[in-house]
Design a protein around this ligand. Structure first.
Ligand code: HEM
Length: 350
């Protein structure tokens, strides 16, 4: 999947080139760029959708997320979700828009069935092939496929866009690490080749930087679970039915676990792998652990590495003086005022 990921990244560079309009250095609000890019990548790799359809879906989904996140901080009164309040009406409209977008993507795919791959070999193709493979046994219904698509789109776009944003912030701040990574990228992937899975696996420093970025600014700040039985965790007695919040961000900066320099950016702590970076081998929980851990951890890491490698091949990044460091908890960890960066092409003639 590195090829379509690389192609989407090249399209983003082309947009940046147009915006430069002859200037050598330009200011870009890169969190917005990553938002568009990751929508494009998930639409292309998972659903094979066209760029325009992916962006349309992204717009409705982003608005839906805003309403959803705002409602998380309000007291929930059971039954109110069915009342035609202005917020609910907007939510229903947006949900319908998202579903229609996905349905259009599915309809186009159903029309393009081919003999070799059936409905395709991406995620949507796999689900459609499964749904249509056995008429007697119940496989997946169309509404379930639509819900799964929404799930993947929601889980697979915002998170990775934030991981790219925070890693870019850290690399813009720590120029020494940016240079080290660029050197590694030039050595392993050359100056302008789209990386493949072989070359990506050789980028040890980039991997360490991503781990450190996920530790300090992991997009998923917390996770909730319900105790299915009475249990004891350390000294805590937890009765069956209790809701538990697992605060990743706090756990990732716990001095007892990570040492005195826990608040420092130090990718070298991962030099001997994740399990050796802290006192406990599972101290890094950015993708969660266990049976419900992120199903797309490898996909996410490949995407992050592909995009960052290509940016390092082409551009030098630094923080814009307008950047205000204000990470906020809107369900995921967002930069409140975005991430304006100064972008300078390494080859100013390009
Ligand atoms: C850096 C990027 C990402 C991070 C930090 C991340 C983190 C997580 C975490 C912590 C969970 C567990 C949530 C819970 O159990 O409450 C999760 C689940 C999930 N993630 Fe990711 N994720 C990322 C990227 C992606 C991508 C790119 C996709 C899709 C292409 C994706 C799809 C999913 C899905 C479908 C689940 C639910 C799995 C299940 O319940 O069995 N994630 N992710």
């Amino acid at each position: 999947m590195t090829k379509p990921m690389g192609d989407c990244t090249l399209r983003m560079f082309e947009e940046w080139r147009k915006q430069r309009n002859g200037e050598v250095v330009i200011k870009i609000e890169i969190s917005k760029e990553f938002h568009k890019l990751t929508a494009d990548i998930i639409a292309t790799t998972a659903f094979g959708s066209s760029y325009a359809e992916g962006i349309e879906l992204c717009r409705s989904q982003t608005e839906l997320e805003k309403y959803y996140n705002a409602s998380l901080n309000k007291v929930f009164i059971p039954g109110t979700q069915y009342l035609p309040t202005p917020t609910n009406i907007k939510l229903w409209e947006l949900d319908k828009k998202v579903k229609n977008s996905i349905k259009r993507i599915i309809d186009a795919r159903l029309k393009s069935k081919c003999k070799t791959y059936g409905y395709g070999d991406d995620l949507l193709g796999a689900m459609l092939n499964a749904a249509k493979s056995n008429e007697h046994e119940r496989m997946m219904r169309m509404d379930e496929i639509i819900e799964e698509c929404k799930n993947f789109y929601y889980a697979g776009q915002g998170t990775i866009s934030l991981a790219l944003t925070w890693t870019t912030m850290l690399l813009s701040l720590h120029q020494d690490w940016q240079e080290k990574l660029r050197e590694e990228v030039f050595n392993e992937c050359g100056k302008d080749k789209i990386p493949d899975s072989d070359t990506l696996s050789k980028l040890k420093l980039l991997n360490m930087v991503l781990m450190e970025s996920l530790r300090l600014y992991g997009p998923v700040i917390k996770m909730s679970r319900e105790a299915t039985q009475d249990m004891k965790v350390g000294h805590l007695e937890i009765p069956k039915g209790t809701s538990i919040i697992i605060p990743f961000l706090k756990m990732h900066t716990d001095k007892a676990m990570w040492g005195e320099d826990t608040e420092q950016f130090n990718p070298l702590r991962f030099v001997n792998g994740i399990s050796q970076a802290a006192i406990h081998p599972n101290a890094l929980n950015a993708f969660s652990i266990g049976p419900r851990a992120c199903i797309a951890k490898n996909f996410a890491m490949i995407e992050a590495k592909t995009v960052l490698t290509m940016i390092l091949q082409q551009f030098r990044l630094s923080l814009s003086p307008e950047y205000k460091h204000t990470p906020v908890d809107h369900f995921n960890l967002f930069p409140q005022y975005g991430l304006p960066v100064m972008l300078q092409p390494l080859d100013s003639s390009s």
